[in-house]
Ligand binder design. Structure first.
Ligand SMILES: [Zn+2]
Length: 266
């Protein structure tokens, strides 16, 4: 089943299926918008905060316009050819950084609207930084069944700056520590399988993708304003950065642009 990671990466980067489980007929090229959130609040404190009321209006829009929020893992399986099709109008919700407003503001809406969410966490902040979630909260979120907890590296370094600052050997060591260390810590604290990664600041290049493959990640996400499809590199999949500017009309426009043929897709 498992083939060499280097070969696997090469195959994935070439945009072809990495295993012999390819379906006889090519699956339709479904593209799915993956949305990236950060913080929630009553007011827009900064560009990374969305008002909780704006987020709720987005959830309401999805549920009243035939969209299905799917777990990120389901999309990753589809992109890897392990799943033949997705529900029409599929959308994915992710949240980066593990801010405590995920617990205070977002969680009640996730439970009310019953949408699966993936959190990308950097463990150094958890139960440590005053703005961050605690391990206990993460355990409770995971136990609810609606939250999947995945990796955002160990402490959210800027890899572009670090590469300039460090020797090549020290930089490679940092990559391994950040990518493998985060996976191991999350698996140790939460018990689930961690194979998905969000790149800090969306920074990604060939060396980073190789390091992620070596550390055991099967998919990784950056920030780019288009929907994810099998045409994208599995270790640099796009996500839309969502801010409070996405009121209902802008949000509807984004979804329509992301999936122009959504109504006929299957
Ligand atoms: Zn981040």
């Amino acid at each position: 089943m498992r083939i060499s990671r280097r070969l696997c990466l090469a195959a994935m980067l070439a945009g072809v299926l990495a295993s012999g489980a390819a379906p006889a007929q090519p699956a339709p090229q479904t593209a799915v918008p993956v949305l990236a959130y950060h913080r929630f609040g009553a007011t827009v404190a900064d560009s990374m905060t969305i008002r909780t009321s704006t987020f709720e209006s987005q959830l309401r829009y999805l549920s009243t316009h035939g969209y299905t929020v799917i777990p990120l893992r389901q999309l990753v399986d589809y992109l890897a050819g392990k799943q033949a099709a997705l529900p029409p109008r599929a959308v994915v919700i992710t949240v980066d950084d593990g801010h405590r407003s995920v617990w205070d503001e977002m969680r009640p809406l996730v439970l009310r609207y019953r949408v699966p969410v993936t959190l990308f966490i950097y463990p150094s902040a958890i139960s440590n930084a005053p703005y961050a979630l605690t391990w206990q909260q993460l355990q409770a979120l995971q136990a609810s069944g609606w939250f999947d907890i995945q990796s955002h590296t160990l402490w959210h370094p800027n890899f572009k700056q670090e590469r300039r600052r460090l020797t090549p050997a020290a930089y490679r060591q940092l990559l391994r520590q950040q990518l493998l260390g985060s996976r191991q810590r999350l698996q140790q604290m939460l018990g689930g399988e961690v194979a998905l990664l969000a790149w800090p600041y969306g920074i990604v290049d060939d060396e980073l993708m190789q390091a992620a493959a070596d550390a055991g990640y099967s998919a990784a996400f950056t920030l780019a304003a288009h929907a994810a499809s099998r045409a994208d590199a599995p270790l640099a999949l796009p996500r839309y950065l969502i801010s409070d500017a996405y009121g209902e009309r802008a949000y509807a426009r984004l979804l329509e642009q992301a999936q122009p043929s959504a109504a006929s897709a299957h």
